[in-house]
Ligand binder design. Structure first.
Ligand code: FAD
Length: 468
């Protein structure tokens, strides 16, 4: 279907971060866009239930926002720059590990602010229509038919559309419909770690209680805590631990003792009473990683964001990858002149290796964040990578830099890291080999005079003892 032939009607299921950004991109193309979300309009709510109050935004996310003219208003004007990881040791002392070169940073952005800004921006287009409190209950994806339940009136509503865009998150109903179809691959993994959000409030003068331009990390081997700054000068603190440890902290004194050992410096920051109150008022949430393929059904349905690749949050890339999906989808619509029959399969084929790569990288980074940052070898390798990146900025791009500060395809980031590991281990082997050669040479050269001495010694002995 070409741009000229028809004005496409698109149903976006899910008005979260990815759904709302997609609405902006598609409206800009002149399509008729209907966005359905099971939540009420979050702009009318005092409290929005859900996860992660703030998010780390990096280059992929901000590039996607730039595509609809929102980067400055959201990232530059609202985001809080974080230039390094600030590592907290159990004794409360700290050290910083910069993210990249001077001036490179990621931004802490409020989830609610971001979602509202995207909904507001989408609503500026007369061809975008939001339907809140509408839950997708079933669909015929190859016919473009959807059935919603209006959660206010309890009525059922049917609709038919040219394209269904499933942006309904990690537990996607659109994806569940795709799973009923042949040749659809799906796997999910719950990691044994769960998380809970706590809060460090601002001080009595309304200021941040910790230096704000950092992502603070308390790595403790099998578990960890992180904190990201908020606009109101508070910190969202996220505690990641195995469920058994959460379960074992079943009294206020056990909780405080645990914090005294592992997170002592945070007790005065959070406040003992608040820590106990918030901890026992909240239930930890699970984390799921989802891989599936393909992402499309014919020319009538495609899934994006967490619906197609839910990832654990340790690379700070879930939302970034989801927003990048919108950017790439828009590029493919340009490339194929809105021909969905070509765009959808290419989107699946192009995006799948990258989505699976970032799923794997996020799993790996959990180990790095909670444990490896404590190891000297990790810090030495980081120094080597940073040094080589400084010397050869285009040739040697460290893994974290390629994922966070570039738009290198995620699976190329992994290939690049494998190549770097090979170069480093070959160099170590060569240096080791040269070292052995040098040591052999030294031994040999010091052996020659010794040999002369021994010769003299032998003849001396010979003279003394005489032939036997
Ligand atoms: P969602 O944000 O989940 O939105 C889905 C929408 O679909 C919701 O509005 C929901 O109401 C709606 N919906 C669901 N089902 C239906 C239905 N049946 N009918 C109608 N509507 C429906 N990412 C980063 O990039 N950086 C970070 O720092 C980061 N930190 C994170 C921290 C934590 C603890 C977690 C859990 C995640 C984090 N992420 C981060 C990941 C990020 O939150 C997600 O990748 C992102 O929210 C995905 O956006 P989405 O729009 O695809 O899905």
């Amino acid at each position: 279907m070409s741009k000229e032939s028809e004005k496409l009607h698109i149903a976006v299921v899910g008005g979260g971060l990815v759904g709302a950004l997609n609405a902006c991109y598609l409206a800009k193309r002149g399509f008729e866009v209907h966005v359905y979300d099971l939540r009420e309009d979050i702009r009318q709510l005092e409290h929005v239930p859900g996860r992660s109050i703030n998010l780390a935004m990096s280059v992929r996310g901000s590039t996607a926002l730039r595509g609809v003219g929102l980067e400055d208003a959201i990232v530059r004007d609202h985001g809080i720059p974080m230039e390094s990881r600030m590592i907290h040791r159990p004794d409360g002392s700290t050290y910083a590990i910069p993210y990249g070169k001077k001036g490179q940073c990621i931004y802490s952005v409020g989830r609610r602010f971001l979602n509202e800004a995207l909904i507001n921006a989408a609503e500026q287009y007369p061809n975008v229509h939001f339907h809140f409190h509408h839950k997708l209950v079933s669909a015929n994806l190859s016919k473009g038919q959807l059935t919603f339940e209006n959660l206010t009136s309890k009525e059922t509503q049917e609709t038919k559309t040219d394209l269904i865009l499933g942006c309904d998150g990690a537990y996607s109903t659109v994806r569940k419909q795709m799973m009923k179809m042949p040749m659809f691959n799906y796997s999910q993994t719950y990691i044994p770690t769960v998380y809970m959000e706590l809060c460090i409030p601002p001080d009595e003068k309304g200021n941040f209680k910790m230096p704000e331009n950092h992502l603070h990390i308390w790595p403790r081997g099998q578990f960890m805590m992180i904190a990201l700054p908020n606009q109101d000068k508070s910190w969202t603190v996220t505690l990641f631990m195995p469920q058994e440890i959460f379960d074992s902290l079943d009294t206020p004194s056990k909780l405080i003792d645990f914090f005294e050992i592992h997170y002592r410096d945070t007790i005065p920051l959070i406040g003992k009473e608040k820590l106990v109150k918030d901890f026992f008022a909240t239930k930890p949430s699970p984390m799921i990683s989802v891989k599936c393929s393909p992402y499309h059904v014919g020319s009538t349905c495609v899934i994006m964001g967490d619906a197609s690749h839910a990832i654990v949050p340790f690379y700070g890339q879930g939302m970034n990858a989801g927003l990048e999906d919108c950017f790439i989808f828009n590029q493919l619509l340009d490339k194929h002149d809105n021909d969905l029959g070509k765009v959808l399969p290419e989107f699946s084929q192009f995006r799948n290796p990258d989505a699976e790569a970032i799923c794997d990288l996020a799993m790996y980074n959990y180990i790095e964040m909670r444990d490896l940052v404590n190891h000297l070898s990790f810090r030495l390798r980081k120094k080597l990578d940073d040094g080589l990146h400084w010397l050869l900025p285009k040739r040697w791009v460290p893994l974290y830099t390629s994922v966070t500060f570039s738009r290198m395809r995620y699976h190329h980031c992994i290939q690049n890291k494998k190549w770097q590991d090979e170069v480093v281990s070959n160099a170590v082997r060569t240096i080791g080999g040269l070292g052995i050669l040098a040591a052999t040479y030294c031994l040999y050269t010091s052996w020659m005079p010794l040999k002369e001495v021994l010769k003299d010694y032998e003849s001396l002995l010979g003279n003394m003892v005489g032939p036997v």
